[in-house]
Design a protein around this ligand. Sequence first.
Ligand code: FAD
Ligand code: UDP
Length: 372
Amino acid sequence: MNKKYDFLIVGAGLYGAVFAHEVKKAGKTCLIIDKRNHIAGNIYTEQVDDIQVHKYGAHIFHTSNKEIWAYVNQFAVFNRYINSPIANYNGEIYNLPFNMNTFNKMWGVITPDDARKKIEQQRRDNYVEYPQNLEEQAINLVGLDVYNKLIRGYTEKQWGRSCKEIPAFIIRRLPVRFTYDNNYFDDPYQGIPIGGYTSMIERLIKGIEVKLGTDYLIDKVNWDEIADKVVYTGPVDAYFDYKYGVLEYRSLRFETEVLDMPNFQGNAVVNYTDSQTPYTRIIEHKHFEFGTQPKTVISREYSEEWKRGDEPYYPINDSKNSVLYEKYKALTETKTNIIFGGRLGEYKYYDMDKVVETALHKATETLSYMKY
Ligand code: FAD
Ligand code: UDP
């Protein structure tokens, strides 16, 4: 039986938009649905007082993949933003990631050699040969002072548990540099799309039919009737009605305020690394785009325990959830007409460049099978 569309895409986020763009380009028909009342998923930006507000948290595009950079540049012009967050520890300001500016402020050291010696001296007394948790790993990496002032409070607020209970690998993704370089990322390509991410997604899905406020899972059987293939970018456990149990996430809450002043904190991202301040960071959105508007919009970010029904943000990569995900993954492999993709469909913390890469790869692979 001929179905109405070649593809039904569930989720108008980055994964769904890239996939839809590619199949449309290849002459296929598709419909995108999303349960939210807007497109762009978690990279949604909304204009408030002429400022692009990142509604689901700060998003900086960065990649080391030249092809992916060229791909996204077809749909947006990126500005020259370089992420350089600062840390506020009880009113003391430090540069991130950990680099010579941080070490100079912390200890007054001037040369890389002196900084290395200072870290060496600090970790000598606490060195653990095989670090078993984040605390041991962090002290090995940068010593006790940096751990106490810039890591412990922030990390414990972010993950809601002691650094002794958090896996060591989480901190390894944070660069430590012995140069005066405040660029948070090592990637050669970085920026924010001028005009916001929502416009970038609009360009990607131009000419494609979209239905918002539509939850696929409420009427799955009927939705499956209208297309030959379904691309599902929602939570994988929800698709299977949580039959093996619930995959856990860490959630976030944002308190957003418009302030009648041009500049609140002088930087896009300020991390509060002490334990007492209840939020982890404050984002001042206009600084992502070098804004000079008379007002400013800030968001205080609180990290929270997640329960079913809350917005899922960060997957919890512990062994319990990894084992559970493998069980769901085995089920997805039995569904030949459904593609599970994106951060929720694959229960994986994906940066945006990886989402684009995996969606492109999957679209090419799927289109090549359809030729036969
Ligand atoms: P999503 O954007 O979540 O899209 C999935 C869509 O599916 C949603 O719109 C949802 O409403 C819809 N959906 C779900 N279930 C259903 C259903 N049943 N029916 C219909 N629709 C449904 N990456 C970076 O590269 N740089 C950053 O600086 C960065 N910062 C981040 C900050 C935070 C706080 C977080 C959590 C992530 C960050 N990321 C960053 C990662 C980035 O957000 C993701 O890579 C990207 O949003 C994933 O896109 P996606 O399409 O897979 O998922
Ligand atoms: N981190 C920290 N202090 C900071 C920023 C980050 O200790 O000021 C640690 C923290 O453990 C966090 C990890 O580094 O979980 C990774 O931080 P990153 O900013 O890469 O993660 P994101 O907030 O983007 O998820």
